[in-house]
Design a binder for this molecule. Structure first.
Ligand code: NAP
Length: 245
């Protein structure tokens, strides 16, 4: 049987890499988008190959619409289709609003929210033609609750939720499902920068009293991309150890 294809933005490390692994383990070929040159792609390609997946790596800044159009075309040229899109690429540029520079607000919105639009807008026509598709957008609990010092990030992640819910309504008749995953605090490079005191303080506010792993997020993303979730669309699933109840 022809293999399914998953495109994962920011898929070369952190949560995105674990999501890619999960799809590879379940028989998918991969299109991995990335932006920086910090990852050994050859080694990563071999890792995915061992699990049975062919991988196309595409270096693209998701905040650039035309570059996302090119990326989508390359993915289609290589694999002929995209069954699952995971909009995972994201950044933080934290600070209280009083001190936040306009460029820090714009950058976070451009990559997190506009990037999600840029890739989705280019992938959707192919999914509509297939009359099949699943899109999982990575939001954050902060997009649900807000967080002091993260007004730009929270706005981008709340925007992703509105975008997801609207498109779930627009595209359901085309058999395209969209859902958002809202992780709490997950052990990755993004949270590695926090001090031990901040981490202890965060853990104390989580019902399960620990940070989550990228794998725990990846399993939920895979579920939403699979037929196991065939009656779920337009939802936000918190993966946060009970941080927000
Ligand atoms: P991470 O380790 O910092 O990885 C971020 C990923 O985004 C990297 O793969 C990076 O690519 C990619 N990226 C950044 N800017 C990009 C751009 N302009 N174009 C394309 N790719 C770009 O972060 P993470 O913790 O895995 O987070 C993944 C997602 O989960 C993000 O959307 C984040 O907001 C969300 N999230 C994380 C947490 C958490 O606690 N970690 C909590 C809630 C939500 P390169 O590797 O090429 O640099």
């Amino acid at each position: 049987m022809e293999k399914k294809v998953a495109l994962i933005t920011g898929g070369s490390r952190g949560i995105g890499k674990k999501i890619a692994e999960e799809f590879a383990k379940n028989g998918y070929n991969l299109v991995i988008n990335y932006i920086s040159d910090g990852t050994d792609l050859k080694q990563l390609e071999e890792e995915f190959e061992k699990i049975g997946a062919k991988t196309l790596f595409i270096k693209t800044d998701v905040s650039n619409f035309l570059a996302c159009e090119e990326m989508t075309k390359k993915a289609i040229e290589t694999f002929g289709k995209i069954d699952v899109l995971v909009n995972n690429a994201g950044i933080t540029k934290d600070g209280l609003l009083m001190r936040m520079k306009e460029e820090d607000f714009n950058k976070v919105i451009d990559i997190n929210l506009k990037g999600t639009f840029n890739v989705t807008k280019n992938v959707i026509p192919y999914m509509m033609k297939q009359k099949d598709g699943r899109i999982i957008n990575i939001s954050s609990v902060v997009g649900v609750t807000g967080n002091a010092g993260q007004s730009n990030y929270a706005a981008s992640k709340a925007g992703i939720i509105g975008f997801t819910k609207s498109l779930a309504k627009e595209l359901a008749s085309r058999n395209i499902r969209l859902n958002a995953v809202a992780p709490g605090f997950i052990e990755t490079d993004m949270t590695e920068v926090l001090s031990d005191t901040v981490k202890e303080n965060i853990n104390s506010q989580i019902a399960l009293k620990r940070m989550g792993t990228a794998e725990e997020v990846a399993k939920v993303v895979y579920f939403l991309g699979s037929d196991q979730s065939s009656y779920i669309t337009g939802q936000v699933i918190n993966v946060d150890g009970g941080m927000v109840i």
